[in-house]
Design a protein around this ligand. Structure first.
Ligand SMILES: N[C@@H](CCC(=O)N[C@@H](CS)C(=O)NCC(=O)O)C(=O)O
Length: 321
């Protein structure tokens, strides 16, 4: 991680843990919002008006948080408005690196070799982890935001004047239900799998895994319509999908969340496939990056051996092309 703008040698792929061995995720530090007219959003400062070609999204295709931003960009038709740069799938001893893996890119803005250089461009004395996604302002040369929950929300509305869309992922009438379900799904499922995977005590693992499967059971029971909140796709579905699509191929193995697979849940499987088949979504799912990335986390899988399956995920992805 960066400490006062310097990459530290004692960087560990395992993130912070509390006194009981529970994994703690860093809080994101850049929280400005793009808005239609550049007025300030709910957090941070103003000055970030929606404009085509002004902003760039840095992502890792392994990363569920980055993927949710990528998916919303696609769903809102913003591919030609917000260009994307993809890092390599494996974390190096200098964090995320640009460009020599198939499907990854060089950094087109600064020729940076590592993502942490983008952070120190934004803030020379930055202290913290150099995470993805990052939304970068190419006009002012500053980081707009590095919190995917904010990024998906601003992409839902900020660019309406440039690319009109009928889709509302956070409609006002559903907002309270979206917020409360998001919070629970984040805690128990999206981040729950990470808490299981990076637990450093049996008790912390047991607690996390309990939450993961209680939430999957609950979602299976809830899914009576097409989507979690009824017949409209919302951001809650996007946030759930990114974890489901990684589950059987990565989390079940490397994070040890192996009580069941998504394939054991008929409604969740159909729901995951329904979202995967929405126009453009399959292109945001790169299973090679996902499995390569997760199975190369040295603290969890020292020899980096990547399992060959699972066959049902391969078959599902093959059926899309
Ligand atoms: N709160 C952030 C979390 C992002 C995050 O944790 N990204 C991971 C990849 S999945 C990362 O970049 N980790 C690099 C590191 O921790 O050094 C968000 O949702 O945008």
């Amino acid at each position: 991680m960066l400490v006062d703008g310097k990459w530290t040698d004692n960087w560990q792929p395992v993130q912070k843990a509390d006194e009981k061995g529970r994994f703690i995720r860093q809080v994101s530090g850049f929280r400005n919002w793009i808005t239609p007219d550049g007025s300030a959003g709910p957090t941070g400062e103003g000055g970030f008006a929606a404009e085509a070609g002004r902003y760039r999204l840095y992502v890792a295709l392994i990363c569920p948080w980055a993927s949710r931003a990528l998916i919303v960009r696609k769903l809102k038709g913003l591919e030609n408005v917000i260009p994307v740069t993809v890092v390599n799938p494996t974390l190096t001893d200098q964090g995320w690196a640009f460009g020599d893996y198939p499907g990854a890119d060089d950094d087109p803005l600064f020729g940076a070799r590592h993502m942490h250089e983008i952070y120190t461009r934004a803030e020379p004395a930055f202290t913290g982890r150099a995470t993805v996604p990052v939304l970068w302002d190419m006009q002012r040369n500053v980081m707009v935001n590095n919190e995917s929950a904010d990024i998906i929300r601003m992409l839902d509305t900020a660019f309406e004047g440039i690319v009109p869309s009928d889709l509302r992922l956070y409609p006002a009438d559903l907002a309270p239900r979206i917020d409360s379900l998001n919070a629970r799904i984040y805690e128990d499922l999206n981040n729950g799998v990470y808490r299981a995977g990076f637990a450093t005590s049996q008790a912390a693992y047991d607690e996390a895994v309990e939450g993961v499967f209680a939430m999957l059971d609950e979602l299976e029971g809830r899914l009576t319509g097409d989507y979690l909140l009824g017949d409209r796709l919302t951001e809650t579905d996007v946030r759930t999908f990114v974890t489901l699509i990684r589950f059987d191929a990565a989390y079940h193995g490397v994070f040890k969340t192996n009580r069941r697979q998504i394939a054991d849940y008929p409604r969740l499987s159909a729901y995951m496939e329904r979202i995967l088949r929405l126009p453009g979504i399959a292109k945001t799912v790169n299973m090679d990056h996902i499995t390569r990335g997760y199975y190369s986390i040295k603290s969890l899988n020292p020899n980096g051996i990547r399992p060959t399956g699972p066959a049902h995920i391969e078959a599902l992805l093959a059926s899309l092309t």
